[in-house]
Design a binder for this molecule. Structure first.
Ligand SMILES: Nc1nc2c(ncn2[C@@H]2O[C@H](COP(=O)(O)OP(=O)(O)O)[C@@H](O)[C@H]2O)c(=O)[nH]1
Ligand SMILES: [Mg+2]
Ligand SMILES: [Zn+2]
Length: 302
């Protein structure tokens, strides 16, 4: 009878997976054909059952991937509890559409979002303005810069013992922040890679590091996300806008999208309790997904 053990995938490179059974017991695993036949690709963050493989080079094999709480393709991660959404106030300019999309995705996937506006030193005013908007909307929000970065204690106070990923565009300082939070240079940052002439996308894979009672991982940057491709419905957009959701409860129309309906309780608060830019992005996502849905049911299903 083979000995079965449970663990979590902390790294996967070229079909070989590192599985952490405990802090002092880390094993190399290969994939079993059966898992592949079921169309499952193991991901970092997966809880797995492993057994001896008989192969001395890769002594264990992944027997089973346990059901996932959630998973993302970009970044490639499973069972995410918290995403730290890092956006620079400058260089690159903050892409608030991308930030809001990520907040919507977090809400649909039961992921706790934490927002960090980085590079505060480059534009204090923008940093303050952005902090005000997202803090008032109800999110845990920090401003950070290399000289006085958000601390391990501040992040851990929010994330507790779960799996935390850093996400956001390239060049915003994710790797810099990850190294700081881990207290060591685990991840390559933009500066180093430039010297090596390898371009800016240095974080090629995701790898879990122990962080308090849980784990943290840096991720490669990305520039776009498509809510429709992710299967998100227009009704789910409001999940990324808690300040709108709160007022929507008081809206007298049950099926109000809070976009063009008259006497809508939400629209009355735009520019007051609801930031104008946030509302515009909300409307744009709703309209876009609503039109996609109509195209789909009208054109394909009939
Ligand atoms: N001015 C300023 N630069 C920063 C800050 N944080 C990171 N950087 C720089 O931004 C560049 C990209 O950082 P990196 O951590 O590689 O970003 P990543 O692509 O998101 O992982 C590097 O040159 C960092 O030194 C900050 O708070 N202020
Ligand atoms: Mg990086
Ligand atoms: Zn309404």
């Amino acid at each position: 009878m083979q000995e079965m053990t449970e663990g979590i995938i902390t790294k996967g490179v070229g079909g070989t997976y590192t599985v952490r059974v405990s802090s002092s017991d880390v094993r190399l695993c290969q994939i079993r054909g059966g898992i592949r036949r079921k169309g499952l690709t193991p991901a970092v963050g997966d809880k797995v059952t492993i057994a001896p493989s008989g192969d001395p080079d890769v002594p264990y094999v992944l027997e089973k991937i346990h059901p996932r709480k959630n998973s993302l393709v970009r970044p490639p991660l499973a069972n995410i509890d918290t995403l730290v959404l890092v956006f620079a106030v400058k260089d690159p300019v903050p892409d608030l559409k991308l930030l809001d999309k990520m907040l919507i995705i977090c809400s649909t996937m039961d992921i706790r979002p934490v927002i960090v506006f980085s590079k505060e030193d480059m534009d204090k005013e923008t940093a303050n303005d952005l902090y005000e908007v997202y803090n008032a909307a109800g999110f845990t929000t920090f401003v950070s810069n290399i000289e006085s970065p958000v601390t391990e204690e501040e992040i851990r106070a929010v994330t507790g013992s779960g799996l935390t990923g850093l996400a956001g565009p390239s060049g915003v300082g994710k790797s810099t922040l990850c190294n700081h939070l881990l207290g060591q240079e685990m991840m390559k940052t933009g500066d180093i890679s430039d010297r090596l002439g390898r371009g800016k996308h240095t974080t090629r894979h995701v790898e879990l590091f122990e962080f308090g009672d849980g784990f943290i991982t840096d991720t490669p940057g990305f520039t776009s996300l498509d809510l429709f491709e992710l299967g998100i419905d227009y009704k789910q957009v409001i999940g990324g806008y808690p300040e709108i959701g709160e007022l929507a409860a008081g809206c007298r129309f049950d099926d109000c999208r809070h976009i063009s309906e008259r006497d809508c309780a939400v629209r009355e608060e735009v520019g007051r309790a609801i930031d104008k830019g946030r509302y515009e992005r909300y409307s744009e996502f709703c309209e876009f997904l609503y039109s996609q849905r109509n195209n789909y049911t009208g054109g394909v299903r009939k």
